[in-house]
Design a binder for this molecule. Structure first.
Ligand code: SAH
Ligand code: SF4
Ligand code: F3S
Length: 512
């Protein structure tokens, strides 16, 4: 849905709240439902042109809406959500709200949710349960649910029925509408639901309050058209829309000028960047080739899909410099048969060939990955292919998951003959290998000198500083606080299970 469709649907809603196109009729629960989600609509990929709105501003009528009030946002899920939280925080500040670190003294609480697996959703329902007593103590408190879960019909339905402490539900495409949604929630005191299911627009110049002033996220594209059969993201984030390179480059330049040291370019499938441009041929390789010339020490990107990882990008990454050679390249499975049913659109052999090409261009490249075990009907042999692929590539580390059926996705309809105990056991076996190889790789750092971007005091000990290497290894070491925000050379003295300990080296040393 875009702005025009929104206005139309609002008119329908005002005329007759129950006369909406949505398959489910929520109006029997509440009157002020604007737009409920529809996974069926979210699945559609029309030819509608992407519109770029560069004129975002908060209407005068909402200024001061948050005067004397505090907001708190709890974020679940991926970097995309973390960054959306930064945008929402920016909007809150413009409305006059102040941030707070705890739910107790907040006047508005938002849960920015993730729908990727069932346990991610359960955490949110648990949290909503905890917030119930706060709401009864403080009836003026506004509680909102946003992010990916809001895009699911079943979730909205459950909240409407069971979690009446919630005042607002809005979707991932409705973030820029936060002022209107808040205003409506104050006015009506009934649950406000605004979830657009189909989005073709990109909204530029939204305000942002970034977390910290050392590292920053920059969206390069939104949505995903890959439709891996297990995944909910194409439904919750809409179709692939790339930001214009000029806008991205301007944002990165601006961050460089502000002194940021590291940028992570964000998208669900960054390798599809630019595919939706109708007026030019321009991909991620072209974008990286321009961004690497900007005076910023570190540039990362995530998440890569192996299928669209092209030779031009590899060639550009091979130029090194500020383009870091740590690549997160989710493989999901080592079995070509499973990959086929997952609709990943590459085989085991193609993945291994891509790894070979990347390592040829970047001999020191480190790779990390995501793996799903226990996909419906995965056999022991197919699972073992995942183990053997893991050993063959020698990933630095991996996020590993048990397959979780997501309503509305094709895989959720598949019959599954793999019992949960077997899935759990497979996860343990995989994790044992992941841990073994990670430990081995960390051990190799002992005695070496690495460049660390110092982020602050370590969580456990304020006397110790910590930061990340180019390959995203966490390093703890003693150094004066003035090192915070700087890239310093650290000699690794000891490899722990997940982290490295070291000593700062006097003279910065150029190492790769
Ligand atoms: N766009 C990224 C993935 C984002 S989701 C990509 O394609 O790589 C992050 C990870 O969650 C995925 O890589 C996958 O390993 C996992 N995941 C996604 N859906 C899942 C599901 N239904 N069950 C278990 N894990 C899932
Ligand atoms: Fe999900 Fe696949 Fe898209 Fe990644 S590429 S977000 S796993 S559908
Ligand atoms: Fe979760 Fe949505 Fe990200 S489902 S992983 S928060 S895109």
């Amino acid at each position: 849905m875009n702005e025009k469709q929104r206005l139309e649907s609002q008119q329908i809603a005002t005329k007759n709240p129950s006369d909406k196109k949505s398959e489910k009729d929520y109006s029997k629960f509440f009157e002020s439902v604007y737009v409920a989600p529809s996974l069926k609509d979210a699945k559609k990929r029309g030819k509608e042109e992407v519109k770029y709105h560069k004129d975002f501003s908060i209407s005068q009528e909402f200024h001061g809406l948050g005067q004397g009030k505090k907001f708190y946002i709890r974020t679940y899920g991926c970097q995309m959500n973390e960054h959306d939280t930064e945008v929402m925080a920016g909007i809150f500040l413009e409305l006059g709200y102040e941030p707070t670190d705890g739910v107790e003294d907040a006047d508005v609480i938002l849960l920015n949710t993730c729908a990727i697996r069932e346990n991610a959703e359960n955490k949110v329902f648990g949290e909503l349960g905890h917030l119930k007593h706060l709401k009864s103590e403080k009836p003026d408190l506004l509680i909102g649910v946003c992010g990916c879960m809001s895009q699911e019909e079943s979730v909205v339905n459950k909240i409407l029925k069971t979690y009446q402490q919630v005042d607002m539900i809005f979707g991932t495409h409705n973030i820029h509408r936060l002022p209107n949604i808040l205003n409506e929630a104050y006015m009506s005191k009934e649950m406000v639901v605004e979830v657009w299911s189909k989005e073709g627009d990109v909204i530029e110049n939204l305000p942002k309050v970034r977390k910290g002033n050392i590292k920053a996220w920059v969206n390069i594209m939104y949505g995903c058209d890959k439709f891996c059969t297990y995944c909910i993201v194409p439904y919750t984030r809409g179709k692939e829309r790339s930001r214009r390179p000029e806008d991205i480059i301007q944002e990165v330049r601006h961050l460089a000028a502000q002194g940021y040291k590291e940028i992570t370019l964000l998208g669900q499938n960054v390798n599809a960047y630019g595919k939706d441009f109708e007026d030019r041929k321009y991909g991620l390789g072209d974008l990286m080739d321009e961004i690497r010339k900007i005076d910023i020490p570190r540039i990362r990107f995530t998440t890569s899909h192996p299928r669209d990882f092209d030779d031009h990008l590899i060639e550009v990454l091979g130029k090194g410099g500020n383009l870091l050679d740590h690549i997160h390249l989710p493989v999901q499975s080592g079995s070509s048969e499973i990959l086929k049913i997952m609709a990943r659109k590459y085989s085991r052999e193609q993945y291994l060939e891509l790894v070979r090409k990347i390592k040829e261009a970047m001999p020191n490249a480190s790779l990390t990955t995501d793996i799903i075990v226990g996909f419906p009907n995965e056999t022991e042999e197919q699972f073992e292919e995942t183990l053997s692929l893991y050993r063959e590539v020698e990933f630095d580390s991996a996020y590993t998951f048990i397959y979780s059926p997501r309503e509305g996705t094709p895989a959720a309809k598949m019959k599954d003959n793999v019992p949960m105990e077997v899935k759990k056991e497979r996860l343990q076996r995989l994790n044992a290998i992941v841990n073994e190889i990670s430990a081995k790789k960390l051990k190799e750092y002992e005695g070496k000198i690495v460049n660390v971007l110092v982020e602050g005091e370590s969580k456990k000990n304020p006397e110790v500083l910590s930061g990340y290497t180019e390959k995203s290894k966490l390093v703890n070491f003693r150094a004066p606080k003035s090192a915070i925000g700087q890239i310093v050379s650290v000699k690794i003295t000891e490899a722990k299970t997940w982290t490295l300990n070291g000593e700062m080296v006097e003279q910065p040393v150029e190492v790769k």
